[in-house]
Ligand binder design. Structure first.
Ligand SMILES: CC(C)(COP(=O)(O)OP(=O)(O)OC[C@H]1O[C@@H](n2cnc3c(N)ncnc32)[C@H](O)[C@@H]1OP(=O)(O)O)[C@@H](O)C(=O)NCCC(=O)NCCS
Length: 372
């Protein structure tokens, strides 16, 4: 191919992919000064003007000529807004890399550009599969890949490398016959409010209250799976992990906060939302901070979550048909929450609830169907 004459122009009417020009060097250089860019990509740091000159005027043109790298400037709103490239391609499988300038992020530019490039890989380069990689924690990139139909995400500990340092990596891919549309649900935490409480996303600043609640003797006794003792790092890890739970489609976890002071009073979650056999079910779980017990905080939180869970996905809910709730037979406060919320006791499993002291209690199973 000749550069730039043979570089195809791809557009969806909003975003255009075109050959780079010398005028793109300056904005590309500026984009690479962005700390977010430096954190999540393998560009040299410090990033010098000569790096941009070399990449845009040597590496990219040579890549097109040699059929080894297909890189476009992303044009949006009449100006350079980033770069996207396809690389490798041996055996019909290659990788995609991308970045957009900080000022245009969050407008769907990258998702549009990614779909255009992936279509080109399949239709013109005849690839069978495109691979996306990102360092673990690059949620914006993961979201873009998810929106463009990348699937089968796995985490490879130490699988990535930037400037001589190994990093955990996410990898996902999309195949030629796959739809370039999201696969599976990426849930969000809808705020729910009623009777003096607000259900909202957990925040880093909740960590201390989470630690207190999870170190409490009663919480520790009935939730035998919790680390013991439960450290501040455990709490921070729990809060960070909620994002993963949403993105994986597994569940939604809310902080139960005092509507007036915003102080954390407890936690309510609904999980197993991507149950392999019945993706219309969900299981509810909760704990209360010791100073919030005995005032119907959890009963109210569960009531709010039930209404949200039975609301169709199209209307912003979780589209559930059946909810289950389990409680150890001796945990009468928990059974009370279930019964107060219209759950029916449908099962009694013998010695199925492990307790903190290596003993087992019977497990009561409750359910509630959408029509109940
Ligand atoms: C990754 C990047 C290209 C995304 O560009 P963008 O133009 O913002 O992408 P889009 O607008 O198409 O989509 C971004 C999505 O991520 C979401 N997002 C952003 N930050 C997020 C976060 N911390 N957690 C969850 N979602 C997040 C946005 O809300 C948006 O989703 P939505 O449209 O459903 O609301 C941009 O952040 C970037 O250039 N980062 C630096 C370089 C980089 O990381 N490249 C990828 C290396 S693998």
């Amino acid at each position: 191919m000749r550069f730039p004459e043979d570089v195809p122009v791809l557009t969806d009417g909003v975003v255009t992919l075109r050959a780079h020009t010398a005028a793109d060097v300056e904005p590309a250089f500026r984009m690479c000064q962005d700390p977010v860019m430096q954190q999540w990509t393998t560009i040299p740091v410090p990033y010098l003007r000569e790096h941009a000159v070399n990449f845009l005027t040597e590496v990219i043109p040579n890549g097109w000529r040699a059929n080894t790298l297909w890189a476009w400037a992303i044009e949006y709103d009449g100006r350079y807004a980033g770069t996207i490239d396809l690389g490798d391609g041996e055996g019909g499988v290659g990788e995609v890399g991308f970045a957009v300038t900080p000022d245009v992020r969050g407008n769907g530019v990258m998702t549009r550009a990614l779909k255009l490039a992936v279509r080109y890989a399949f239709d013109e380069l005849n690839w069978k599969r495109v691979i996306w990689r990102a360092f673990v924690g690059n949620w914006a990139s993961r979201r873009v890949a998810w929106k463009a139909g990348f699937r089968g995400l796995v985490t490879i500990p130490g699988g990535g490398r930037a400037r001589g340092v190994r990093k955990d990596e996410w990898v996902a891919s999309v195949g030629r016959d796959d739809e370039l549309e999201p696969q599976g649900n990426w849930w969000s935490v809808t705020e729910l409010e009623g009777r003096g409480i607000r259900l909202r996303a957990l925040r880093e600043s909740d960590a201390h209250r989470v630690m207190e609640a999870c170190n409490d003797e009663r919480t520790q006794y009935w939730l035998a799976g919790l680390p013991s003792p439960y450290s501040l790092e455990d709490a921070e890890g729990f809060i960070k992990g909620r994002l993963q739970m949403l993105a994986d489609g597994v569940g939604v976890s809310w902080a139960i906060a005092d509507a007036a002071t915003d102080e954390l009073l407890g936690n309510v979650s609904i999980f197993d939302l991507n149950h392999r056999i019945d993706p219309t079910m969900g299981e509810i779980g909760y704990w209360a901070h010791p100073d919030a017990r005995g005032r119907k905080v959890i009963t109210t939180a569960v009531e709010l979550v039930i209404a949200h869970a039975f609301t169709p996905i199209a209307d912003g809910g979780l589209g559930r048909r059946r909810l289950v709730l389990m409680a150890a037979a001796g945990n009468s406060a928990s059974a009370h929450v279930a019964e107060a919320n219209g759950f029916t006791r449908v099962g009694h499993e013998r010695l199925a609830a492990p307790l903190r002291d290596s003993a087992y209690d019977d497990l009561l199973v409750f359910d509630r169907l959408i029509g109940d």
